[in-house]
Design a protein around this ligand. Structure first.
Ligand SMILES: Cc1cc2nc3c(=O)[nH]c(=O)nc-3n(C[C@H](O)[C@H](O)[C@H](O)COP(=O)(O)OP(=O)(O)OC[C@H]3O[C@@H](n4cnc5c(N)ncnc54)[C@H](O)[C@@H]3O)c2cc1C
Length: 399
């Protein structure tokens, strides 16, 4: 197949969840779209691979809760279009000290915006989860019913398949090394390291942890998006308790606020194993990763031993997986026009700061609106502006 020199309405660079959802949304609107990926499709060197991602409506910021609600609808819509499931519903459970600032913000958001939730003391938590969670007496828990687990690799594959069905062209092993405005006819030239060249009326950049490097190369702008290398740990559930920690048994996704911030998902793909990991990681260059596991602190093993009433083997994880976050200083996303010589012809979506996957379908919709119409209807995008870092290097100030 030869597409070099061919013209497209939109060229999307980077085929993780954000690029795949964007290509699908653009193709769905009848536009000719090309999706380019530097590695093999569905590779494991970015951020969108693995067993599970949490979807939760419980956020400190209301603008994310509303995006999740819309995204959940779009996940289900895509599932019915493709005919298989990637999204498995289960509640979300938060635990921590009642005076934890972030925990308080989540509760306030749920209370102020009528997001169904239930606050429990340590005894009620034990009862609600039939003894599977055990909290210290001075901790509280909060359960929200809108939540679940998404299978990431399968989900990316689903959106790529749907995009192809709508007429999108997908090419992998295409590392984009340059984009430039076309003086004569307008639009953008997209050039790859293997010498291919494509023309797009518009362009979308969804290159994940490579965003800072990419934007520096193509437009000499310094974006404060820091790639972090992080490690996922899977732990063995002790004999006889395996079923209790599965999605089918109503075991929730969970997040423990405080130090360390621990999160996890129910047992899903790997029978008898449960994912429990620490939020955060170590700064890295996405092209020179060490693949070395994040240091496992004793506070994590102690947390596992205590919180699950000894039903998880906390000696050591059974296996680990490496992944990357793309952190902004305020942990808010960047979804905006690149500006400069590209004006409104190039949209970038990145800096998803370790919490973007669940939003993929909604981000795809917003990106399609921005790149095709110049505006995203019904969404407040001021939190995601690129220029916020010029006004304040720390971005959106949060309490
Ligand atoms: C361990 C871990 C746990 C997480 N847990 C959750 C969770 O529970 N819930 C949640 O919502 N989110 C979670 N996230 C975050 C979520 O996974 C990410 O926000 C999301 O996957 C980012 O997707 P992306 O498409 O921006 O990046 P990526 O998936 O990395 O995709 C970017 C793509 O661009 C390609 N690319 C880069 N440069 C070029 C180039 N020059 N030319 C062509 N292609 C290029 C890359 O190869 C890559 O495939 C987690 C992330 C990690 C690492």
């Amino acid at each position: 197949m030869e597409y070099s020199g061919e013209k497209f309405d939109v060229i999307v660079i980077g085929a993780g969840i954000m690029g795949s959802c964007s290509a699908y949304q653009i193709a769905k609107r009848g536009k000719k779209v090309l999706l380019l990926e530097q590695f093999d499709f569905l590779h494991q060197r970015g951020s969108s691979h693995g067993e599970s991602r949490t979807i939760r409506v419980a956020y400190p910021e209301y603008y994310y809760s509303t995006m999740v609600i819309e995204s959940a609808r779009l996940w289900e819509e895509a599932e019915s279009e493709i005919g298989y499931r990637v999204y498995f519903k289960t509640p979300h459970f938060i635990m921590g000290l009642p005076d934890d600032k972030k925990f308080q913000s989540v509760i306030t958001n749920c209370q102020s915006n009528s997001i169904p939730h239930c606050i429990l003391d340590h005894l009620q938590v034990s009862e609600r989860f039939s003894g599977r969670f055990k909290l210290p007496e001075n901790w509280i828990g909060m359960v929200t019913e809108i939540g679940g687990v998404i299978k990431p690799t399968k989900a990316v594959s689903m959106f790529q398949t749907l995009a192809i069905q709508k007429g999108a062209v997908l090419r992998d092993n295409m590392e984009v090394e340059e984009i430039k405005s076309c003086d004569q006819s307008g639009g953008i030239w997209v050039c790859t390291s293997n010498g291919e060249k494509f023309w797009g009326r518009k362009c979308v950049v969804t290159v994940g942890a490579w965003m800072k490097k990419f934007v520096k190369t193509v437009s000499d702008q310094e974006l404060p998006i820091q790639p972090l290398q992080t490690t996922l740990w899977h732990w063995r559930i002790k004999d006889g308790f395996e079923k209790e920690f599965s999605v089918d048994s109503g075991f929730p996704t969970f997040s423990s606020y405080g130090e360390p911030h621990i999160y996890g998902t129910p047992s899903l793909e790997y029978p008898g194993l449960i994912k429990i990991a620490v939020d955060g990681g170590n700064p890295c260059d996405p092209d020179k990763r060490t693949w070395v596991s994040t240091l496992l602190e004793s506070s994590v093993t102690q947390w596992i031993e205590g919180r699950f009433s000894g039903r998880i083997d906390s000696t050591q994880p059974v296996f680990t997986q490496s992944c990357m976050y793309s952190m902004t200083p305020d942990s808010d996303y960047v979804i905006d026009f690149l500006g400069g010589e590209f004006g409104k012809d190039v949209v970038i979506a990145g800096g998803f700061s370790g919490h973007g996957f669940k939003m993929g379908p909604e981000v795809g919709r917003i990106v399609a609106d921005l790149v095709l119409n110049g505006d995203a209807m019904g969404v407040e995008l001021r939190h995601f502006k690129l220029r916020r870092f010029e006004e304040n290097p720390k971005g959106n100030m949060k309490e």
